[in-house]
Design a protein around this ligand. Structure first.
Ligand code: NAP
Length: 480
């Protein structure tokens, strides 16, 4: 791995501000080569309990600090991340597979949450409420929820952590994080920089380990965890929600998507194809906001399909470390299998494979385009999470909205049109938490990211992202 600061390649867990190894370790592999790149501390419930206890002990002191002091730590952390951008990106690509340019982009995106929430830390305002009776002063103040448990996935091993940790720490919470076993190195490198930024001990704990269920349970069962924040599949989100019920934890769930991408006759087919490439193929199709179902109006269908196929054919596939590569390996064999199954199902139901779809070596898959996909294909019913784009034809705006909304999930949607009224009408009719109009890239630290329906609860980013880590306390004071 090509990094200059070898200390960032940390393999020990980070508990109570100490680097911890208990002897047990699990391998982390490079999906491009299947080679083991590191052996990381394999923690269990006792380490999780120690991390929770450390966070509980550290949190009140941190909450009592001035917002400007917390902000200063976050700002230093941001600066350290940007200074180490190339090393962090190299670690990320080695364990996750995405092209280095995308990995650098993810580090900058992750860092931007520390920058944004350093500023938000100073703006946690309460309210004074006109009283209901004479001689009273009513106020509502905002206080941190306390200790936060965080569980994050492998597809954005830096940014999915930053989106939770930055707002939580900014408002005075402490965090116990369990990153995906597939990508623990990015989490540990981030913790290394937290340490260097001067984050007091115990406020961030990174408990690595193979036992996702056991470590998750240790978080959900603990009465000392006030809130759980999770990014991952809807299936595991439901399970965690159930497990949080006995202790009535606050919950944020960023779950699966199945984003519709609508192209209307009046759109520019070239611009729409560019947007579709970004929305569909970023991270090899492995993002929760990836366009999953492309609905194209009959009048523009062929021009759009041609423009998209040309762009797909131009994509270079290979290890993320190679210059010019746009598509790296998928995360594992199961991911390839799912994408392949969706492709085969669409073709078996009458779709036409226009280009791509070949698999191998290892977990590489050539991006595929299928046209005339029937509306009931797996490709439209389920999140593919891989580089397969399927086109479904539609005639009327009403049909497009109906098909787009015919899903259990509702995370992101995209639409391309040059009709301003239609853009407003359709954006408001779509049952999703986010809509991209004439753009395929919507994620930013400054705006609320999140889903409706079974895509989850709560928002990350924007001032709304800080709300997720705050409680409101109402105080009624007699002043007579
Ligand atoms: P996943 O299987 O739900 O895993 C997510 C995280 O949960 C991982 O850290 C995983 O650990 C852990 N986990 C698995 N089983 C668990 C259990 N029983 N108890 C506690 N934790 C458990 O999801 P994935 O397939 O890795 O990630 C892809 C999914 O995440 C997609 O559906 C995608 O749409 C969604 N996602 C959503 C957003 C969003 O913001 N809405 C962002 C990114 C991804 P291991 O990896 O170690 O098994």
């Amino acid at each position: 791995m090509n990094i200059t600061d070898r200390d960032l390649l940390e393999t020990r867990a980070y508990i109570a501000g100490e680097w911890h190894r208990n002897g047990a370790a699990f391998p982390v592999t490079d999906p491009a080569t299947a080679e083991v790149i590191a052996n990381v501390a394999d923690c269990g419930p006792s380490e999780m309990a120690a991390a929770i206890a450390a966070a509980k002990a550290a949190q009140p002191g941190w909450a009592a600090r001035l917002p400007a002091e917390r902000a200063a730590v976050l700002r230093r952390w941001h600066d350290l991340m940007m200074a180490a951008q190339d090393d962090l990106a190299a670690i990320l690509t080695a364990e996750q597979g995405k092209p280095l340019t995308e990995a650098r982009g993810e580090i900058a995106y992750g860092a931007s949450f520390f920058d944004w929430y350093a500023e938000e830390a100073r703006r946690i305002y309460g309210e004074t409420i006109p009283p209901h009776a004479p001689g009273l002063r009513l106020t509502a103040i905002r206080q941190p929820v306390g200790v936060v448990g965080a569980i994050t996935p492998w597809n954005f091993p830096n940014a999915m952590i930053a989106r939770k940790v930055a707002p939580a720490l900014a408002v005075g919470c402490a965090v116990v994080l369990r990153p995906s076993e597939l990508t623990p190195l990015s989490a540990l490198a981030l913790a290394k920089l937290a340490d260097r930024a001067g984050l007091p001990k115990g406020l961030l704990n990174v408990v690595t380990g193979l036992d996702a269920d056991g470590l998750g349970r240790a978080l959900t069962d603990s009465p000392d965890i006030a809130k759980l924040t999770f990014t991952g599949s809807t299936r595991i989100g439901r399970l965690l929600m159930e497990r949080c019920a006995p202790t009535v934890k606050r919950l944020s769930l960023e779950l699966g998507g199945n984003a519709p991408f609508l192209v209307f006759n009046d759109a520019d087919p070239e611009a729409a194809a560019n947007g579709a490439m970004t929305a569909k193929f970023r991270n090899g199709g492995q993002t929760c906001v990836c366009a999953n179902r492309l609905y194209v109006q009959s009048g523009i269908h062929d021009a759009f399909a041609k423009a998209l196929a040309a762009r797909i054919d131009a994509l270079r596939i290979g290890p993320g470390t190679e210059e010019g590569v746009a598509i790296g390996p998928l995360i594992n064999a199961a991911a390839v299998e799912k994408a392949r199954a969706h492709l085969e199902d669409a073709v078996a139901r009458g779709g036409t494979l226009v280009t791509g779809g070949e698999t191998g070596p290892g977990t590489f898959m050539r991006p595929a385009l299928i046209r005339d996909v029937p509306a009931d294909a797996l490709l439209t019913r389920e999140e593919t999470f891989g580089p397969v784009a399927g086109l479904v034809r539609f005639d009327s705006e009403a049909d497009a909205i109906r098909m787009a909304n015919d899903a259990e999930t509702g995370l992101a949607a995209y639409l391309y049109t040059r009709d301003l009224a239609r853009a407003a009408r359709v954006s408001e009719a779509l049952q999703t938490g986010m809509v991209g109009v004439n753009t395929g890239l919507i994620s930013t630290a400054v705006a609320p990211f999140g889903g409706i329906k079974q895509s989850g609860l709560g928002r990350e980013g924007g001032h709304q992202g800080a709300e997720e880590y705050l409680e409101t306390k109402y105080i009624c004071t007699s002043i007579s």
